[in-house]
Ligand binder design. Structure first.
Ligand SMILES: Cc1cc2nc3c(=O)[nH]c(=O)nc-3n(C[C@H](O)[C@H](O)[C@H](O)COP(=O)(O)OP(=O)(O)OC[C@H]3O[C@@H](n4cnc5c(N)ncnc54)[C@H](O)[C@@H]3O)c2cc1C
Length: 375
């Protein structure tokens, strides 16, 4: 066991930390207030190579690995969970193509994503479900040398800005789901509405209509009917990333709470000297540390080329609960000031709650974990 970061990892952590502090922090409150997608920051993360860290150089990445990716993500999410989430969502099509695509698809589709020239998203959730693949209604019908897709996708992040989406559709007249890379410029792909969400604002989370959208055969990822396996594998990296979003939100809330507790006075002394406050700070720090190492270990396992379906569920379940508990404690320590829109604590509290819901609700992760335990 070696818990030390390599020199390269430390350097990347510093680069991402500087970017977060200088470029993301000054814009974080505005992104949350306006709900506008931060195109400039998304481009900058692409240029700096943050969106291709895990992938080999021959496919446009830097080959730095998943631990590096998670370290960079942590720094960016401490400044803004929404901005970090752009990196996380983008990994789903990257993973789908990298793990299940053929050589031609990796060159043609993964390269521009990993180089940061394209943005990618995932289209699974529909009006009737975000958890159960049996309820997916979007259909893929064979037509000539390709497929015609019809349906509606809910909560598709990055939808107004993405170039491609890893989209899941039911096979017409056959069992199972297909996974496709759908290009947003195709006729019939239309954003119906950008949704106003409580947290993770500025992520362009939208309702998307698919009306006779043509997808060439060469954009089918994996085999026909393999869609659900592709979803579970590709989304495990996003789940690990959401766990890190939770850790980062919690850490930011703890940092703010320590500063506040040192300067806020009650009964003639800083509240940091009160045992009740100290107990909470200790609890917050311990839970964050445990969650962080669960995520680092999950990234380490992925770097060994192994599946992280079980580990990413555990990390997401624990880290998102930690985020919700820690940000609630931070709100409490800040008293009435914590509720003010002018301070970041209430934004962290809202963003933390989102991590328990998106990319698989906590109940689904408990089912996945229990399923493995009882197998
Ligand atoms: C900001 C945001 C961004 C998102 N981005 C995307 C995106 O880019 N692409 C995409 O496809 N989706 C996206 N989603 C959708 C998100 O992943 C789903 O909303 C989420 O997985 C939960 O699905 P649901 O809302 O359909 O809940 P449901 O599955 O309807 O669950 C509702 C309730 O039923 C219970 N339940 C459901 N299934 C089980 C089970 N198996 N065991 C026990 N209890 C269960 C749960 O307790 C839950 O409380 C996004 C959502 C948000 C909020």
């Amino acid at each position: 066991m070696d818990f030390n970061l390599t020199e390269q990892e430390k350097m990347l952590q510093k680069l991402a930390g500087d970017f977060a502090e200088k470029e993301v922090t000054p814009k974080a409150a505005d992104i949350d207030r306006t709900g506008e997608f931060p195109s400039d920051l998304a481009k900058e993360m692409g240029k700096r190579g943050f969106r291709g860290l895990p992938y080999p150089t021959e496919y446009g990445g830097s080959g730095a690995g998943y631990v590096s990716f998670i370290l960079a993500l942590e720094q960016i999410c401490r400044a803004s969970v929404s901005v970090g989430a752009i990196m996380a969502v983008n990994t789903v099509p990257e993973e789908g193509i990298y793990r299940f695509g053929n050589e031609e698809q990796k060159k043609r589709l993964l390269t521009p994503l990993a180089q940061g020239k394209w943005l990618g998203g995932i289209g699974f959730t529909e009006p009737d479900t975000g958890s159960d693949p049996r309820l997916v209604k979007t259909t893929a019908r064979r037509s000539g040398k390709g497929f015609i897709i019809n349906g509606q996708k809910m909560f598709m992040s990055l939808a107004p800005v993405l170039n491609v989406v890893l989209l899941f559709a039911r096979r017409e007249g056959a069992e199972g789901l297909n996974a496709f890379i759908v290009e947003s410029k195709e006729k019939g792909f239309a954003v119906q509405e950008i949704l106003e969400t409580m947290g993770l604002r500025g992520l362009g989370t939208s309702i998307v209509n698919l009306d006779d959208v043509y997808v060439p055969e060469e954009n089918l990822i994996g085999k026909e009917g393999q869609g659900f396996d592709i979803l579970l594998d590709a989304i495990s990296v996003e789940r690990m990333s959401v766990a890190m979003q939770g850790v980062a939100a919690a850490q930011a809330a703890l940092d703010l709470s320590i500063d506040y507790a040192k300067q806020r006075q009650a009964q003639g002394k800083p509240i940091a000297r009160m045992q009740a406050i100290q107990q909470q700070l200790a609890e917050m720090a311990s839970r964050i540390e445990a969650a962080r190492w669960l995520v680092y270990r999950t990234a380490f396992i992925r770097d060994q080329g192994q599946s992280i379906q079980y580990e990413s569920s555990m990390a997401k379940l624990f880290a998102s609960q930690t985020a919700v508990d820690v940000t609630r404690m931070a709100m409490q320590i800040h008293g009435a000031y914590g509720t003010m829109k002018s301070l970041p604590v209430e934004r962290l509290y809202r963003d933390a709650k989102m991590t328990e819901i998106y990319v698989g609700i906590s109940e689904v992760h408990r089912s996945i974990i229990a399923g493995r335990l009882l197998r």
